[in-house]
Design a protein around this ligand. Structure first.
Ligand code: BGC
Length: 290
């Protein structure tokens, strides 16, 4: 089973067709720079172009770098403010020429990592943090997503955390690895004090260079690992969310089955089209937005 994943970011909009059995891309991804200003119509046009670039007909999942509830974009920290309160799913569906699923970018990346990557089979509390233009977060409890967490906007020393610890902050403030790692470390300590995750997965393009900063972290109890899919996780997660009937592995659910008493929800068979299941077998509602 295949689906097209499209990942809308503050800097670039990326797409690739994904094999939902393996999470792997079926073709090289295509990236188009995010129009500036990143107004809804301009971004929708790019989404249309990407669908066209792959001559795609089939399920499409799209990520958005902000809170998404029932297709409505509620925040837009790093995109044009005209997205706030917009029925973005309808706008993007029109541009794509068909229905789409829309979800938060970090949530998508987290779902992909929990299924095919660094969090696969991990029970308990897992936090995925994406370090890019902003800081995104995806929180999993026994494999189930708590959608739309916004831990990138925790305040550290009176400033939005993403202003100090995102990849963008590193570039803008010309921070070296040591300084930036210190900021990320401080941020993660704060998050750990609030959530006590057992595993923290670091995503975003900069996770490719994790050897330059993860070894510098100190004082954390959680295991900290780089995302296996780095910046591609968002595309894979978007595609996964697109396909309600996918028989892909018990994605974002392996952990739940590993804990006695926290297994599958009774009656949740994971059959195609289970209401609200968003394609996550075994769970009637993993928390993904409709
Ligand atoms: C947004 C999040 C998003 C993250 C990464 C933050 O500024 O508020 O929703 O996941 O950036 O794009």
């Amino acid at each position: 089973m295949h689906a097209l994943g499209i990942d809308i970011g503050g800097t670039g909009i990326k797409a690739a067709p994904v094999d939902l059995e393996t999470g792997k891309f079926l073709a090289d991804r295509v990236k188009i720079a995010t129009p500036q200003p990143s107004a809804p119509d301009g971004v929708a046009e790019v989404v249309g172009k990407l669908v066209h670039a792959f001559s795609w007909s089939g399920p499409i999942g799209v990520t958005f770098p902000g809170v998404v509830m029932n297709g409505v974009t509620r925040t837009a920290a790093n995109l044009d403010k005209r997205w706030i309160g917009l029925d973005a799913r309808s706008l993007l569906a029109k541009a794509a020429g068909q229905e789409i699923r829309l979800l938060n970018d970090a949530d998508a990346a987290g779902i992909a990592e929990m299924t095919f990557g660094a969090g696969s089979g991990e029970p308990g509390t897992v936090l995925m943090v994406t370090l890019g233009t902003g800081i995104g977060s995806a929180l999993f409890v026994n494999g189930i997503l708590v959608p739309n967490t916004e831990f990138g906007h925790l305040e550290i020393r009176g400033k939005d955390a993403e202003r100090r610890a995102s990849e963008h902050a590193k570039t803008v403030h010309e921070m070296g690895w040591k300084q930036w790692a210190k900021n990320v470390n401080e941020y993660l300590e704060h998050v750990e004090a609030l959530l006590s995750p057992q595993l923290i997965i670091i995503g975003g393009g900069i996770s490719r260079q994790s050897d330059k900063f993860i070894p510098l972290f100190t004082g954390l109890n959680a295991r900290v690992v780089p995302a296996a899919m780095h910046n591609d996780a968002g595309i894979t997660g978007a595609a996964m969310a697109a396909h309600p009937g996918s028989p892909a592995p018990a994605r974002a659910g392996a952990g739940a089955n590993a804990i006695p008493g926290l297994g599958r929800t009774p009656g949740a068979t994971g059959t195609a089209g289970t209401h609200g299941d968003q394609g996550l077998p075994g769970y009637p509602n993993p928390g993904l937005p409709e």
